[in-house]
Design a protein around this ligand. Structure first.
Ligand code: FPP
Length: 252
């Protein structure tokens, strides 16, 4: 039997994560290992993005957040930044019809204004055309970092407080969550990082408070939907206690 279908049949709506977030790392090293330029790795990274989106949609995952470009990535050589932006525009334009066909909705989190105009136009077009889709939501984190996001939130809180629209004692975690770029999205159940490094690199720091973390050695261009499913099955073998004891969970 097809191993994808066999493994997929082990999941039920209850055991399927609602939100999976991924730090797609290792494109550069993957390319260097083959004696190629870093951009070659990013180009092959698009095939991994396509496979994982397809897999997430087939599994009934509601949100898939992909760390495509961090605030810190602006410090990379200009040629690499330009190549990444061009690649992103092309990928979005190429995939849009498929998104619409598969009921996939596109959203973006990050400092949108900092992106090149061509990139903003392609993204806005894809966001608008897919806005009414009700299947998987793909969230691209672009020019994103959690510290940027938290700083923006703090500014909004300070402004609202100065205008007497918010009292200090009324601020709770709902207030904070409602002012982050991820407002209206559930927190990730799973955070995956490819490429062998064990760090979270300024990604969704508030939102991953209770996420299960998976660090895998595979470089991003080699990652496929089967790897995603494998991780989800491992996730199901873990017990999420949210600060409670194991006994408390079993009495429910
Ligand atoms: C990290 O690898 C990868 C990135 C910074 C870019 C990820 C972008 C893509 C896979 C293309 C995205 C396309 C769409 C449509 C979302 P790295 O360059 O940091 O690798 P390294 O750690 O080996 O240097």
């Amino acid at each position: 039997m097809n191993s994808w279908l066999e493994k997929k049949s082990k999941l039920t709506p209850e055991t399927t994560p609602v939100h999976v977030a991924i730090i797609m790392d290792g494109n550069g090293r993957w390319a260097k290992n083959q004696g190629q330029e870093r951009v070659f790795g990013h180009q092959h990274g698009v095939a991994a993005v396509r496979s994982v989106i397809e897999g997430a949609a087939e599994l009934g995952i509601r949100y898939l957040t992909l760390y495509a470009f961090s605030t810190e990535n602006w410090n990379r050589p200009r040629a690499e930044v330009d190549a990444l932006m061009t690649l992103m525009v092309k990928a979005i334009e190429n995939e849009l019809d498929e998104f619409i066909e598969n009921n996939v909705r596109l959203q973006v989190i990050g400092d949108f204004a900092r992106l090149p105009e061509e990139c903003r136009t392609a993204l806005q077009n894809a966001i608008n055309k897919s806005a009414n889709n009700t299947g998987l939501t793909v969230v691209l984190a672009l020019s994103y970092s959690a510290r940027w996001e938290i700083t923006q939130m703090a500014r909004q809180v300070a402004t609202a407080a100065a205008e007497h629209k918010l009292l200090a004692e009324d601020i709770d975690d709902q207030t904070v969550a409602s002012l982050l770029a991820t407002r209206n999205m559930p927190d990730p159940d799973i955070l995956i990082r490819t490429g062998g490094e064990c760090r979270v690199s300024n990604f969704l720091l508030w939102q991953i408070a209770y996420a299960e973390l998976f660090f895998v050695d595979k470089m991003w261009p080699d990652f496929r939907k089967d790897d995603l499913l494998e991780i989800i099955l491992r996730y199901n073998a873990r017990e999420r206690r949210f600060g409670k004891t194991g006994d408390q969970l079993q009495s429910h």
